[in-house]
Design a protein around this ligand. Sequence first.
Ligand SMILES: *[C@@H]1O[C@H](CO)[C@@H](O)[C@H](O)[C@H]1NC(C)=O
Length: 493
Amino acid sequence: MEMANKQRKVLRHLKFTRLCTWLLSFFAILPSRQSFNYGEALSKSLLYFESQRSGRLPYNQRVVWRYHSGLTDGLEQGVDLVGGYYDAGDNVKFGLPMAFTITMLSWSVIEYSEQISGAGEYEHALEAIKWGTDYFIKAHTHPHVLWAEVGDGDTDHYCWQRPEDMTTSRHAYKVDENNPGSDIAGETAAAMAAASIVFRKTNPHYSHLLLHHAEQLFEFGDKYRGKYDESVKVAKGHYTSVSGYMDELLLILPIPFSFLNSFDNLNFFILSLQLLAGKSHRKHQHILNEYRSRAEYYLCACLNKNNVTNVQRTPGGLLYIRQWNNMQYVSTAAFLLTTYSDHLQASNQRLQCDQGTLDPSDIFKFAKSQVDYILGYNPMGMSYLVGYGAKYPARVHHRGASIESYKEQKDFIGCMQGYDIGYSRQGPNPNVLTGALVGGPDMKDQFRDERENYMQTEACTYNTATLVGVFAKLHWLEKDYLSANPSLFAYRR
Ligand SMILES: *[C@@H]1O[C@H](CO)[C@@H](O)[C@H](O)[C@H]1NC(C)=O
């Protein structure tokens, strides 16, 4: 109980200091050269998750070109695996990136619930999370069994079909005691634990259920150690577990399970960097310190402030890691820079890098520059968020979007037929994949809007998931500041 009081105090303090950050950082970003409608970007980003839905679509589905699909997923193995999300431009349900997507969406809602509510998008954000967690609950059929994937990249990529027409293998793959997958178990546990915080107030029963699954999954991942791509061989080459399973286990290591029952404390675990400031866990302090120094090294690298290793930037100023789906790194960095700047501001700290010390507002300003690049402030004058702005990718590498909607054209389109009808289509996709963040431009800011150019024109759920909170924060800043200073409307237009 004493702990809960402390938490409330800390939270109150956080809220006040954050208000100051917002005001301060708004002054810092005022001279921006182009202003964007972040509220619209936020609304669109959440629509994207509806396009990626698998399973039976609900009555309130807003993306109307999609229809029910994958209704027999899991049937072959006698489990109900209907639902969840298609990962990218294909029709495979990959559990690991799906869990990461839900973790990041939940984290965004935890951090920026007020801002998301303020934009009128809170319900939509919760629906996006629940579509994933409902599926994880189904996929976790036994304390030590987690269904990790439905379909496989090789047979799926051989065909070009709308999800509504799929004739590809829907074989499901699992991890269990004999075929462990600590990474996927850990990441799924993290996603469910984070989502349990999200639903604590609006749906306490569901929140407890998620926590229960998270505990079991964590225990399973911890006890039966192994990498999931060793167990689920079809994942290899698509989502190879490069760093092994320690990252995912570490993500949840700092919480003993008795501690999990206190949701406010769990909040701090998810925001494990903030946990450091909270001094809640001396026992794991060394792990957290290690985490912190690695995280700060990474942030300094993004800000070009390390002596040795920094992240490359394009001439237009975009962080550049690699040519295939570079935007995933940009959007994740924008999220981490934003939340970390909030954390520093709230605890009255600055970021120490080799080449100087940075204020929270400097860090946030850089995060904003990355978001503005995404939305159109770039040499191509192109928004990489599909459906946003005047110019955006029209030939997104996406099976469903590139073929007429099933609702308008119900004739079955076969595996190879789709290549003629959709993939090789000269014109734009008939369906706009609104809110998708595509792979993005090359190291010289160049972008070729062609369907076969999957390195640049394919989008993934985890690209967009990390933007939700950042859009909400930016929207909130503008709205709040402008309503307090109406005279600035003239200046800004
Ligand atoms: C980084 O470089 C500066 C200037 O060359 C030097 O003063 C500083 O000690 C270096 N820091 C580290 C951590 O190597």
